[in-house]
Ligand binder design. Sequence first.
Ligand code: 3NM
Length: 215
Amino acid sequence: MMERQLLSVYFILGSNDTEEDPLYILEQALQGGITLFQFREKGSDALNSEAKKQLAKQMKKLCHVYQVPFFVNDDVDLAVEIGADGVHVGQDDMPISEVRKQVPKGCFIGVSATNVQEAVQAKADGADYIGVGPIYSTNTKSDAKEPIGTAGLQAIREQVGETPIVAIGGIDLPSVHAVMRAGADGVSIISAISRATNSKHAAASFLADVNDFHQ
Ligand code: 3NM
């Protein structure tokens, strides 16, 4: 398992999630206080092979300047090659047992779940944390499932005990407290930070709201 505080403000970004230089947006988010970063390169014009690797390496370096863990979405080979701190896989990706064999000891593994069954299975398989969603509707993920709401999140929390959970999907500042109350340890965000007028300010506001919940 991982320290649940690392999940507080879990920012995800790929080159298609912003009109700006992704490295600039990432640095703004880091300055604002994100607690974990995941590189998720998706879309028809997503970078691949060498360009993807180069961007990932630069992102990892930047994260480590700010002492923030760097995770890779789906691409286990890339995560291993560049020494990511963690890898996040979906239900349709490689099974956890297989991922575990490929990554070095100490590399965190996160798994997506949209219902109790998937979440309970992820826990049984030894996921370090579970990404639960989509909580609300989102335009960012084209193949997102039906939103499960905070009630769906709460049902999952009740079945997985202490397993760290980060909530994802359509989360904005006004929804942070509701999501935390339903049992999340933190919020995972793309557009509300990547497309904010001021990404640094947005990240800082999410952190303040999550910390405020714990007061
Ligand atoms: N995964 P935004 S929803 C990457 O439900 C991702 O598993 C989801 O982006 C899931 O914060 C989602 O802009 C998109 O809604 C999150």
